[in-house]
Design a protein around this ligand. Structure first.
Ligand SMILES: *Cc1c(COP(=O)(O)O)cnc(C)c1O
Length: 357
């Protein structure tokens, strides 16, 4: 098989050994001579998978006591609404930082439930930076932000100061670097950016945050229901949870979040250094807000795009075309993307400079 350098923005690249284990379990899971796809989610073998996955999340992120870990469905896109309906009081208000397309979608869903205050936005700058000065209203029920702007390529380098409960959509940088979970009241993340395949959504929620809205919450959206049923209120997405568990095992075995953070920093430094050095390219976001996960850049001369596209395709690079709303290029460097793949892209950029500079 030819090695493809997979820069997909999501669903993301997964480690080869995880894919191999995952494929074997489709045929014969745990030597049961049954597929993981055809056994009960209440069987001992699957309950062990769920327990393992939850334990790995707690261990890898140092989740303190008093928090619950859930694997639910609906993607982060349902998380926008779930996070709001579980925390915004009946006549209450949510505060939001608007740093990109996903933040804006979270705001849109919260508005269905009540009052929303957008306390800062970088929309007028085409989301090329992270707002630094904002005041968090003390009378809001929570502050919501998106830690990594997957589409435009910006990332919060510090956790926003907040005196009210803090909720974070961490879909595209969870498990990429060490975090202090105790600073958050709720974290949610669609699996398919940096944790596993599409189909499950991780929630890490402080138990005491819940049950205070005075709302009648539909069971499937009620985090207290899911906590009580240990993510088994209905049939959970068994396979995405299983593959996420394998991927978290891979992360743990290799040295955990601290280990991958070091590699992610190396990857980002390598590619940003080339973007800044090479006169044929330039970055599109403020340097201090650059994302380590999604690196966005453009050609300084758009007319060279056909030649550049041919060059990276010839080097077996896949998935660096920018998002349709941002244009240019986006190199997504999630955990499983090796440093050598970044070197392959940098080599292409350097060779391109020689032939087209
Ligand atoms: C991809 C993404 C989403 C949407 O996730 P789905 O699982 O497709 O609903 C939300 N937020 C962020 C930051 C994302 O990157």
């Amino acid at each position: 098989m030819t090695k493809v350098h997979n820069y997909s923005a999501g669903p993301c690249i997964l480690p080869q050994e995880v894919l191999k284990q995952a494929s074997e379990a489709v045929i014969n899971f745990n030597n049961l001579n049954l597929s993981i796809l055809e056994i009960s989610h209440r069987s001992k073998d699957f309950i062990e998978v769920m327990d393992n996955a939850i334990a790995l999340v707690k261990e890898l992120l140092n989740v303190p006591s008093g928090y619950s870990v859930l694997f639910l469905q609906g993607g982060a896109s349902l998380g926008f609404y779930i996070s709001a309906i579980n925390v915004m009081k009946k006549d209450g208000k949510g505060a939001y930082l608007d740093t990109g397309v996903w933040s804006a979608k979270a705001i849109k869903e919260a508005k269905r439930l009540g009052s929303v205050e957008v306390i800062a936005s970088s929309k007028d700058k085409n989301y090329n930076s992270i707002p630094k000065s904002f005041e968090v209203p003390g009378d809001a029920d929570y502050l919501h932000y998106t830690s990594n702007n997957t589409i435009y390529g910006t990332q919060f380098k510090t956790v926003p100061q907040s005196s009210i409960p803090l909720i974070c959509d961490m879909s595209s940088d969870i498990f990429s670097k060490e975090i202090d979970v105790s600073k958050y009241d709720m974290i949610y993340a669609g699996a398919q950016k940096n944790m596993g395949p599409a189909g499950t959504t991780l929630y890490i929620v402080k138990d005491e945050l819940l049950g205070k809205t005075g709302r009648d919450i539909p069971s499937m959206l009620d985090l207290q229901v899911h906590i009580e049923k240990e993510s088994m209120f209905n049939t959970p997405p068994v396979y995405p949870i299983y593959v996420s568990m394998l991927n978290l095992q891979w992360l743990k075995k290799n040295g955990g979040v601290k280990w991958i953070e070091g590699i992610n920093n190396q990857k980002a430094e390598l590619l940003y250094a080339e973007i800044d050095r090479n006169p044929l390219f330039k970055g599109i976001v403020e340097k201090e807000d650059r994302s380590n996960m999604n690196v966005t850049f453009v050609l300084t001369d758009e007319s060279k795009s056909e030649a550049f596209d041919a060059a990276w395709k010839a080097a077996n690079i896949s998935g660096i075309k920018g998002h349709r709303s941002a244009g240019g290029y986006r190199a997504s460097m999630y955990n499983a993307l090796p440093l050598e793949s970044v070197q392959a892209l940098v080599d292409v950029m350097q060779a391109f400079e020689k032939t087209n500079g």
